[in-house]
Design a binder for this molecule. Structure first.
Ligand SMILES: Nc1ncnc2c1ncn2[C@@H]1O[C@H](COP(=O)(O)OP(=O)(O)OP(=O)(O)O)[C@@H](O)[C@H]1O
Ligand SMILES: [Mg+2]
Length: 491
């Protein structure tokens, strides 16, 4: 039975009147049939994500007022997508013209598809005052949340009868790994629709609340039969990569990814009680005779972070409570409270919270808190509320080494820092911190790194000795040898 125009429309197939120019593969078809406002496609390399985004943009080109926008983080990366469009768009509309300076396709109906890039956060304002019926982000994990969020306010109809929606592709890893995972991966299993209220800020400063539906459609290289046929070695090249790269790009594993700064991180709910091979643990009432610390990083437009730590007699640190000043549902956005309000709340928490009250805290804070631009410093504001800090050591690389030392698992499978599972923002942001591309020993400071910084001040205030290696196995003559020296019956 031949396909109807409606079938073709539903599946995203591109038909020039005589033959199919591009036929979606089963996974791509699933993606293109979705009706949710926001759909993330992917999770692994090579599944046919970029092709699907570029073709999806054509869906409404018969409407003269249609405007579609396809984004990549940088212009050179965008060239791959423009190349795809040059292959397919003229086949579907021979009169379509590509304007190289504007990176825009003009279709015979008057519809437009624009290819855009966003090098930095301010570049989002290049799209101010515009409306786009379709917005696609290729490699969403390379964008920051504010970029995505801003474009959400630009997703508006350009005329009557238009469908407005956003689509994105992504591989695990990249500066946006954390927020993309929180938004599309963690809240619901794949192929499960999520409904969420989002606050959209318009150009005129007004805010509106929209109910958005969202879904994650997974795709892996094996779903791309065309690629498997054309380049059977591709899958072997993915399999030969480093463990983190392989897990991310071949298996689509969102828990380990390329560029993750704290590669030691483990969050295993099966071990929340025995503390083995997990950093996250079940909370408990910490004994009053332990040592207590409070670490702090200041922020106004960006979040501030206050963490409370208990250290047991063996020197193991427990993050027992946190107060993170971040807007709900808006990662990396501060709550814009004055320092006096923040410290009043901190003082109150220390008087009333069952894990904190009656304890003496050693405070340590970002040394920038001692700066005085106008009026009082943040440090003075804190002191006035009875919250006292010492200056944190901001030797970044040494500080990160201390954080790694604490996160390492010892021979008994336990780490020297453990996080109460109620410290949700630590668990959300610290594993998502990325290494700096140009300086692997430091973190990429464009990410949401405030809790990581505050954790670093704590670690530097309370350094621990390098983890002892397990004693050499006396049965091995040469410790560098592996199991070959071990008697057969022990294997
Ligand atoms: N429906 C299709 N029909 C024929 N070829 C396809 C189809 N979908 C994708 N391909 C081809 O498979 C290859 C990989 O596709 P694509 O670039 O879209 O993958 P991707 O998931 O974006 O990969 P990456 O993760 O590397 O960005 C390309 O050569 C593309 O043209
Ligand atoms: Mg791609």
């Amino acid at each position: 039975m031949s396909k109807t125009i409606y079938d073709r429309y539903q599946t995203g197939e591109i038909y020039d009147g005589k033959r199919a120019v591009w036929v979606p593969q089963p996974r791509q078809e699933e993606f293109m049939r979705r009706t949710e406002d926001e759909v993330l496609f992917g999770g692994a390399a090579g599944g046919g994500k970029s092709d699907a985004l570029v073709i999806e943009a054509l869906r409404q080109i018969k409407m003269p007022w249609y405007k579609g926008l396809i984004l990549r983080r940088t212009y050179p990366q965008l060239k791959e997508l423009i190349g795809k469009s040059r292959l397919f768009y003229p086949q579907i509309d021979p009169k379509a013209e590509f304007n190289k300076t504007e990176h825009t396709w003009y279709f015979s109906s008057g519809a437009q598809i624009i290819f855009g890039s966003m090098n930095n956060e301010d570049a989002k304002y290049n799209y101010q005052g515009q409306a786009y019926d379709y917005i696609a982000f290729d490699e969403l994990t390379q964008f920051t949340f504010p970029m995505y969020d801003y474009l959400r306010s630009r997703n508006r109809p350009n005329g009557p009868g238009m469908r407005c929606y956003m689509r994105a592709s992504a591989n695990p890893g990249g500066i946006g790994h954390g927020w993309v995972k929180d938004m599309f991966i963690t809240p619901a299993p794949p192929m499960t629709r999520m409904l969420k209220e989002v606050v959209v800020e318009n150009d005129d400063g007004s805010v509106e609340t929209r109910r958005m539906s969202r879904i994650f459609v997974p795709s892996k290289v094996k779903d791309n039969h065309a690629l498997m046929r054309n380049d059977p070695n591709y899958i072997f090249r993915l399999a030969a990569m480093s463990e983190a790269e392989k897990k991310a790009l071949l298996d689509g594993d969102w828990d380990s990814y390329i560029g993750q700064f704290f590669g030691e991180w483990k969050n295993d709910p099966d071990h929340y009680r025995d503390h083995v091979h997990t950093h996250v643990i079940e909370p408990f009432d910490p004994p009053e005779h332990w040592r207590y610390y409070r670490s702090f990083d200041w922020g106004f437009r960006k979040p501030f972070s206050c963490g409370w730590w208990a250290v047991d007699r063996d020197g193991v640190a427990y993050r027992i409570y946190e107060f993170y000043g971040c807007k709900r549902d808006r990662p990396d956005t501060g709550v814009e409270l004055n320092a006096s309000e923040v410290f009043a709340e901190i003082a109150k928490l220390e008087r009333t919270h069952p894990y904190l009250r009656g304890r003496e805290f050693i405070g340590v804070a970002d040394p920038a808190c001692w700066n005085r631009q106008t009026g009082k410093s943040v440090y003075q504001e804190a002191a006035e509320q009875g919250v006292v800090f010492t200056k944190g050591d901001n030797e970044r690389v040494a500080g990160w080494i201390q954080c790694h030392e604490r996160l390492k698992f010892g021979p008994d499978g336990r780490a020297r820092v453990r996080i109460f599972k109620t410290c949700r923002d630590f668990i959300r942001t610290v594993p998502a911190v990325m290494a700096d591309e140009h300086h692997a020993e430091d973190v990429d400071t464009t990410g949401e790194d405030h809790i990581a910084d505050e954790f670093r001040y704590f670690c530097m205030r309370n350094p621990c000795a390098p983890m002892k290696r397990p004693p050499p196995d006396p049965r091995r003559k040469n410790p560098a040898h592996t199991y070959l020296d071990v008697p057969i019956e022990d294997l």
